[in-house]
Design a protein around this ligand. Structure first.
Ligand SMILES: [Zn+2]
Length: 460
């Protein structure tokens, strides 16, 4: 065996190693492509990244600027040319980020979520890491899917006070062409609240007229068997269908653009005060763990992913996946003719488990104090919440039966998150298996490459 033949033989071994690694990489990608198609998986990852990396996204802050740039980089990695719209207001610099996916028609659907959050203890996992997460997932999904309508994925700054809705106000008033604007879809706090809601419409001469986008969302949710509730009438100061300055849909609606707004909330709770009569309306969950804030999660220390996953394991993943699936179906099916197709009023009585059929839900909120002391009780800090959660671990099993009005998932408040029966956790297991296989493939690749390299070097 001469030297040359010897190295040729080694070269074949190297080639075999390379072939083996390529085969392994191919088998890894088969399940991971499947995992990417699981609704909500990417959205949850994006939301967790914002919670962990940019917990302070207050308008005008460095964290806000960094979070915006991260969103821009994510959109660019999907192949979008991102438009950064910068403007000044009240001495604060705001940045909106817009990624456009052209359709076969110039008729445009705007999908919006704000990425700023409130200062203080909140990390904004729910408000609005969830909306941004779903929006980024949709942008990624539809970067590869042809659509009839043009899609504008909007990431707004400055939704929270004190310059309420600064980002979406600026965008809707100065950058939206109302002659081609078909629909605005708002994604704000779509995870941790007890129930997933859709709002949309307006009062015309005192009569509620639903926007066609709301009708379409309900029709799709119904076909998918996803419970999508509507807001009970009479729950002031946020009257159905939430036309108030509650979120970024406001200035689109002011421009006459139909909207549908997704939010997870708890409008159905019987005791609307949650023991905190000063905040009879601002509740997101009936879970007793939130009693100190009257059920409010957003804008409090409860809005922290590590805390929310302890109190409500799996809920955020479920609601984000449901929102992503409904909106994905909408964006796939939308055509310039959709307004006419969905103009007929959606019968809320057709919705299974509709809240409007609940006589209690239609009643005005109770304002009597259930516990006078609770009005002056300050909201706990994140550290206090985690300490009290740890202390309640032992007695949790006895208490779960008392949360009868909460969903079954809420009741299991201290279940280990690894037992979550969700698609997302399945795909997480898939990802860790993929990661292991990817490591093995990398070793094989390295060995193959080293042998080839030695072969080539020795030939010289
Ligand atoms: Zn919000």
């Amino acid at each position: 065996m001469n030297k040359n033949n010897h190295f040729l033989a080694v070269g074949r071994i190297g080639q075999l190693f390379l072939l083996l690694s390529i085969l392994m990489v191919l088998t890894i990608f088969a399940p991971s492509v499947q995992a990417e198609n699981t609704y909500g998986t990417d959205a949850y990852y994006y939301m967790k990244y914002l919670n962990d990396t940019y917990p302070d996204r207050e308008q005008g802050s460095e964290g806000n600027r960094q979070a915006g740039l991260w969103i821009q980089s994510q959109l660019q990695s999907m192949g979008y040319q991102v438009e950064q719209l910068v403007f000044e207001q009240d001495g604060i610099t705001f940045r909106n980020y817009i990624a456009q996916k052209p359709g076969t028609s110039a008729q445009t659907v705007y999908i919006g979520s704000h990425y700023d959050n409130v200062p203080g203890a909140s990390r904004g996992a729910e408000d609005n890491g969830t909306g941004v997460g779903v929006n980024l997932e949709l942008a990624r999904r539809f970067s590869q899917i042809p659509t009839q309508v043009t899609l504008n994925f909007c990431f707004f700054d400055g939704e929270e006070s004190p310059t309420s809705l600064a980002g979406s106000c600026n965008y809707a008033n100065l950058h939206v062409d109302t002659s081609t604007a078909l629909l605005y879809i708002n994604l704000d706090s779509v995870g941790a609240g007890d129930t997933l809601y859709a709002y949309g419409g307006d009062y015309v001469d005192g009569t509620l007229v639903r926007d066609w986008g709301y009708n379409m969302a309900q029709a799709i949710a119904s076909r998918l068997n996803i419970p999508l509730s509507s807001m009970p009438e009479g729950v002031t100061p946020y009257p159905s269908p939430t036309r108030t300055e509650a979120s970024d849909q406001y200035y689109f609606n002011q421009q006459g653009i139909p909207y549908v707004y997704f939010e997870a909330n708890a409008w159905l709770q019987t005791d609307r005060t949650m023991g905190n009569p000063e905040k009879p309306y601002f509740y997101n969950s009936v879970n007793p763990a939130f009693a100190s804030t009257g059920g409010q999660i957003i804008h409090t220390a409860f809005d922290d992913l590590s805390i929310l996953e302890k109190i409500l394991p799996g809920i955020m993943e479920t609601h984000m996946a449901q929102t992503s699936q409904i909106v994905s179906q909408m964006l796939t099916q939308l055509t310039p003719d959709s307004p006419a197709a969905y103009d007929a009023p959606w019968q809320t009585s057709d919705i299974s488990g509709s809240d409007t059929s609940d006589p209690d839900a239609a009643a005005l909120p109770q304002t009597e104090s259930a516990n006078a002391d609770s009005t002056s009780r300050p909201a706990p800090s994140a550290a206090e919440i985690l300490t009290s959660l740890a202390a309640s671990q032992a007695s949790a099993e006895n208490n779960t039966a008392s949360t009868s009005t909460a969903s079954s998932a809420n009741a299991e408040s201290d279940t280990d998150s690894s037992t979550m029966p969700t698609d997302a956790s399945d795909s997480n297991r898939e990802s860790s298996a993929s990661a292991w296989a990817a490591g093995a493939a990398a070793v094989l690749l390295a060995v193959g490459a080293a042998i080839l390299y030695r072969n080539i070097r020795h030939r010289k």
